[in-house]
Design a protein around this ligand. Sequence first.
Ligand code: NDP
Length: 241
Amino acid sequence: MRTALVTGGGRGIGAAISKRLAKDGYRILLTYCSSSKPAEMVVDEIRNSGIDAVAANCDVTDAREVSLLATHPWVAAGIDVLVLNHGRYDRIDAKLLDIEHLRRTMSTNFEGAFLVWEAVKSQLSNDARICVIGSQLGTRGSSHGADYSASKAALATWARSLAQSLAPEGKRVNIVAPGFVDTDILAGDSSEKRASREQEVPLKRIGTPEDIAGTVSFLVSDESDYITGAVIHVNGGLYLP
Ligand code: NDP
């Protein structure tokens, strides 16, 4: 059976991706860092649908934990799809950002993705598909997320570089850059803020985790066989680079 590894696959966008790829026929190895309960619930839901799934605890900033992940039997058996979805976003005014915070964000969003890739790369199948979850802010920047925007920009250019390097082997790498998506990242919004976000989006709604999962499903399928190194913006028209 084909295997998909989804980092941060236990909640938010990652949970929707895990469930969607399970529907597509992959057994799911998802990772969580601090939220074991939601991760176990996603695993149960997938198993109840007749597809195998398992959750592994892995803080991507901890090189030892990432190398332990690489010893998981499902990784050893071969990974067909790798989704680097995990991420942190702490809203901080760009002019107040300090080096410690910058390092923390880079180490999770960018270096963490690199560490996971490095740990599992020898176990990727010949035609493996890799999908990286970036952000619109990785292109446009943000007054309250300089560290986050920089980390997502680094992630996207790294992934595009990898796409160019891996293409001759038949492996594909693409980036999905969401706009506003209804997860815990937006949970602190007041109802006024949420309404103003909805108005800001030309399609007049906040995105759902399933909107992102559907795009990931396409990008790891045979339907997108001629797409690699692309940044696909999924944002209801909010930002059109
Ligand atoms: P959530 O905050 O809901 O989920 C974040 C996920 O990242 C959780 O599964 C969390 O795991 C995991 N994670 C955080 N830190 C670590 C770490 N150190 N090691 C391993 N895993 C970690 O966010 P979303 O679902 O909204 O975000 C998913 C991705 O989409 C992120 O990369 C985010 O930047 C991106 N994105 C989201 C947007 C949005 O509007 N929601 C917009 C643009 C991009 P755990 O809970 O177990 O700690």
